[in-house]
Design a protein around this ligand. Sequence first.
Ligand SMILES: NC(=O)c1ccc[n+]([C@@H]2O[C@H](COP(=O)([O-])OP(=O)(O)OC[C@H]3O[C@@H](n4cnc5c(N)ncnc54)[C@H](OP(=O)(O)O)[C@@H]3O)[C@@H](O)[C@H]2O)c1
Length: 309
Amino acid sequence: MRAVAVQAFGATPEVVQVPKPTPGPGEVLVKIDYAALNPFDWQVADGLLDGRAPHAFPLVLGLDFAGRVDVVGPGENRFVVGDAVYGQAGRPPVGTGTYAEYVTMPHDSTIAGVPDGLALRAAAALPTAGMTALQILRTGVALEPGDSLLLVGAAGGVGSALTQLAAARDLRVVAVVRGDERERMRALGAVLAIDSTEESVREACGRAVPGGVDAVVDLVSADAESFDAYASLMRPGGAALSTRGAAPPGKGVNFRLTATGALLDALAAAAVAGEVHLPVDAEYPLEKAPEALERNRVGGARGKTLFVP
Ligand SMILES: NC(=O)c1ccc[n+]([C@@H]2O[C@H](COP(=O)([O-])OP(=O)(O)OC[C@H]3O[C@@H](n4cnc5c(N)ncnc54)[C@H](OP(=O)(O)O)[C@@H]3O)[C@@H](O)[C@H]2O)c1
């Protein structure tokens, strides 16, 4: 089957032929309709997991997928052929990702049925960004209705999902973006969008929430100094969280997603209830994945990029 893989860490992703996988006991083979891009994909290609997680080359990239069960492996299984499913691949050894025509998944892993009322295309955009947003709200920052949340990097996948899910919980989202995204962020539910290329985030946030925000979620800062600058906009006793490991010890939470099938079920229910819908920024054939990964690295994401195998 066709797939997009790297032959070594640091190598350029390329289209390759790899064997079509066969589902083992308790697994399903999913024919992928859509895979979605996450920054993690190029971070893995660059070597994020080198020395940290078992992996195999050629390493097929990609976590997120939506498609249909094509073959059910032997033994117990909660899916049948033809079921619409979505989820997050990436079990070790890392290298059997979703930038491919097929992927195998254990039936009791991070895979869930796509309910009626949720299109496969919309489902494919959700897994990593949506689960991250949902889990940050559930366990990452403790917030009550009416509380304020400064969200840095709000225009991308996690930020778009978090803005909507937070607004549905009556949180007041102050979205930090680059570029004029005021209308789009307000449509997603933010009470205020600050263009960090045009105005001082400190001044604009201070005007909007004079006593300091209740929480800061930073999806952007890669170092402690940048993280601290945003965390300092928080009221005393507030919560600060980084998705990029930038929070220094004692000054905030370094969030790591724990993906589960139950979280996917909750996310699908939220999507059907109209609480979250991730805008699709671009849709390409799989062959365009190497270029799309390069573009995402530079920035400018305004939603999700999908690949059609
Ligand atoms: N720890 C975990 O478990 C976990 C889970 C999911 C994601 N993540 C990480 O969280 C980060 C965000 O993920 P994502 O899926 O949302 O990425 P994404 O879809 O690529 O979005 C990132 C967004 O940040 C914006 N941005 C970059 N620099 C900015 C700045 N200085 N000020 C304001 N906005 C800025 C980008 O747009 P512009 O370039 O136009 O500003 C883009 O809209 C990634 O680094 C990802 O790897 C971690």
